[in-house]
Design a protein around this ligand. Structure first.
Ligand SMILES: NC(=O)c1ccc[n+]([C@@H]2O[C@H](COP(=O)([O-])OP(=O)(O)OC[C@H]3O[C@@H](n4cnc5c(N)ncnc54)[C@H](OP(=O)(O)O)[C@@H]3O)[C@@H](O)[C@H]2O)c1
Length: 382
């Protein structure tokens, strides 16, 4: 990974120089610096060392840690999860390590995920960002399966998200899925009004086409597009979404960057997903036959990683990070060891030629199974 794109070592070097400079400063600063180091040792501070990246550009620019944190699986869709206390502890560990971008949505739970994020992270208001998403209709705490991005609903959902997140401004509000019954101009116009009112700082859209991105951006400049992107699903390279983001100065946030954990190597044809809290059992790519075949792709990542001291998760995340400097993946985890492992991705140097070799090797293995079932597929790509 080239040093000019991001490097934790580079960051630590800068930190060292800053500390050196601090030693020459008046007594107060020395004490302050010592306190920071002490707090860091005790795992309390927010002085973690992750390089930053910028989503969006100009007035829409949003500086965040190069890796974000997907909160979804702590309450929703990823089978069993630790209790609330453990999740809050892990979210604090993530803050301590320098993560400043946390991703949730109204539909996750529904509502439980925003509530958790609010309880765990509102105390870091102004230092980190919890981004959330509207669009899926939720009535009496239950998802209806319909889309509702009418202006009045966006406003209502915004107020409710603000309450659950315990804040007065949402750092980034995404439209989770396109609403075929509400013109995108109306959605963008409503967001613009919410921005003027100070309730939303930036906005984004998920799983939309280049045409929709352009229309929305013309109405109210976008900061980020969030779509599925990883070594087993590279459609955004082919359908113009990534190029459109690049040309318009919009950031890109790949969701499910480990293909819902599969590229981490601990899921296989025998894995049993909790049918009450995991959508993977509904996805063609997560049927036992498909997983058996697709394990060969994980093996390619493991082979690549073995020669470089990397795990397959680090290979998957590193590949995404080197694609473009405006990409910020948001892997989810419920484990401190996985959080550490994923962040360590930022320590490796892998050249462009080596990443190309990896791409070629992965391309030799056909991906078996669609990423979504027919119903879910209907909601993407507008
Ligand atoms: N916009 C959208 O439509 C959309 C859709 C889906 C997701 N998202 C967002 O994207 C975030 C991440 O997506 P995701 O949870 O679907 O997929 P993911 O990040 O690709 O994978 C998460 C899974 O990977 C496992 N994992 C994490 N690090 C690992 C490691 N180092 N080794 C092995 N396994 C590891 C986690 O299990 P452990 O808990 O055991 O670590 C978890 O079950 C979500 O939290 C959500 O915020 C957005």
């Amino acid at each position: 990974m080239s040093e000019n794109k991001f490097s934790r070592r580079g960051f630590l070097k800068t930190l060292g120089m800053t500390m050196g400079a601090m030693a020459l400063e008046p007594t107060y600063n020395k004490v302050q610096a010592a306190t920071n180091i002490l707090e860091r040792k005790e795992g309390k501070s927010i002085y973690g060392g992750i390089p930053l990246r910028t989503l969006g550009s100009g007035n829409t620019a949003f500086n965040v840690s190069a890796l974000g944190f997907g909160v979804m699986g702590m309450t929703y869709n990823r089978s069993q999860h630790p209790d609330k206390k453990q999740c809050i502890r892990l979210l604090h560990e993530a803050v301590d390590r320098g993560i400043t971008l946390f991703d949730t949505a109204i539909i996750y739970g529904p509502l439980t995920n925003e509530i958790l994020a609010g309880e765990a992270l509102s105390e870091f208001h102004g230092k980190i960002n919890v981004t959330t998403k509207f669009g899926h209709e939720v009535v009496n705490g239950k998802g209806t399966g319909r889309q509702d991005s009418r202006p009045a609903t966006i406003r209502q959902y915004c107020e409710e998200s603000l309450r659950r997140l315990r804040t007065d401004c949402i750092p980034m509000f995404y439209q989770h899925r396109f609403d075929p019954n509400t013109p995108i101009e109306d959605v963008a116009g409503t967001i613009c009004d919410l921005m003027k009112e100070g309730k939303v700082l930036h906005w984004g859209m998920c799983e939309v086409s280049p045409e929709t991105i352009r229309k929305a951006h013309a109405e109210c400049p976008l900061t980020a597009v969030q779509s599925e992107y990883h070594l087993m699903h590279r459609i955004v390279e082919e359908n113009g979404v990534l190029d459109t983001c690049k040309n318009l100065g919009i950031g890109f946030v790949p969701y499910s960057p480990l293909n819902r954990g599969f590229l981490g190597g601990s899921i296989n044809e025998y894995t049993v997903f909790d049918r009450n809290n995991d959508n993977r059992h509904t996805l063609p790519r997560f049927q036992p036959e498909a997983m058996r075949a697709n394990t060969r792709i994980v093996n390619v990542l493991q082979d690549f990683g073995r020669k470089r001291g990397m795990t397959s998760s680090q290979v998957a995340l590193g590949w995404l990070l080197q694609k473009e400097p405006f990409i910020v993946p948001i892997p989810g985890t419920t484990k401190l060891s996985h959080l550490e492992e994923n962040l360590r991705t930022l320590d490796f140097d892998v050249s462009t030629e080596e990443w190309k070799e990896l791409e070629l090797a992965v391309a030799q293995v056909p991906v078996v199974g669609d990423r979504y079932n027919a119903e879910q597929q209907k909601q993407v790509g507008f």
